[in-house]
Design a protein around this ligand. Sequence first.
Ligand SMILES: *Cc1c(COP(=O)(O)O)cnc(C)c1O
Length: 452
Amino acid sequence: MNDRRALLRRLPSVDSLLARSEVQQLIEVYSRDPVVSAIRAQLNEARRAILTAAPVDIDDGALIQGVEDVLSRQQQSTLRPVINATGVIIHTNLGRALLSKSAQKAMLAAAGAYNTLEFDLETGKRGSRLAQASGILRHLTGAEDALVVNNNASALILILSALAKGKEVIISRGQLVEIGGGFRIPAIMRESGAALVEVGTTNRTRIADYEAGLSEGAAMLLRIHSSNFKQVGFVEQPTLSELTALAHERGLLAVDDLGSGALIDTAPFGLDHEPTIQESITAGVDLVCFSGDKLLGGPQAGIIVGKADALAKLKRHPLARALRVDKLTYAALIATLEHYRRDEALDEIPVWRMISRSLDDIRTTAERWATQVGGTVVSGESTVGGGSLPGTALPSALLALESESPNRALEKLRRADPPVIARIAEGRVMLDPRTVLPEQEADLLTALESVI
Ligand SMILES: *Cc1c(COP(=O)(O)O)cnc(C)c1O
């Protein structure tokens, strides 16, 4: 016991730790209050260890290290901006699509002032929160009507719950996909009370398979776009027009889950052709659903466009209210859609600016980085990511940095402020200028200089 008492007495006071220069440095980074709390917590922890475990002598250095670890972990648990040097444009782990400048401004304006979310200035009466977004969506896609919900997974749940509950939904075995994070189409269908009828095989499904799968209890033919994987070789799927024709012949709904939802053709940029929303509408489907924060380049949302009568049923369903989006999402979405209407999407929407950025421009940037921090410029590839356009890439120019331990270098870059996320290829640290914002370049180079 004396032992323990002696050890307790040797523990420093809060004030004596605060006076140390290492702790003063921590205060500069994290500010005083969090540092004081972390010191108290460390001292309590130390007292408990001394009283309950085999007696251990805890020195000040270990205590301060403990304080720093706690503070650094706390900081990591907040949402921080990072520099994405991976070249993955719609990076799911890093927040998917970045918003355009005017979408950011629109969100800020909607956040800080009352607005016309559900108010009609003409009549002075209650208006629809959907009206404006719906108008632009109709204009851009050629659809009769539109609805916006929380994300594309919830769009799918709403469609199935409102239009196919207790009925059969026919889907190709080649499309029973996992959309990511463990969410699978069959599970989503089960939750919404629709009965799944699988037709065809993994690699080939013909229109005759759909016909054979139809019964009295069928409500819908559903196509799920294979957005995050690619089938090659002996594969076959009917066209959306064929599917729609069959559905309508039998009095059923044709629904298309496009996933990414491109409004612009990706093929001119050297990528595969990602099916567009306009193509699905032209094929005559009743409903198309897609994400707001994949190739559309807007906020997280699930957007449903299509026939007015099908959408009217969705809007009346109680889930529509539960899944509705708030003013900030509307503000950002409308501003994003306006870029398409004004034909300026390639310049203004970050996703499309990155997709359309020229190789020359990227190489020039990589060379400028190399001049400043060393390393060599090598040819590489960027990807669109976000579960779109699997297996195709955009040619890029990367800054390659030699390092004795590339993993260690990556870790150090993640600890920079702001953190830099890079990747390793051929044993070197690779940085892709395509996804680094011009305003982040100075911070990136500072981080690189301190790590290399
Ligand atoms: C990404 C994706 C979804 C899910 O969309 P979220 O907006 O992430 O909910 C659903 N279906 C397909 C085909 C997708 O690619």
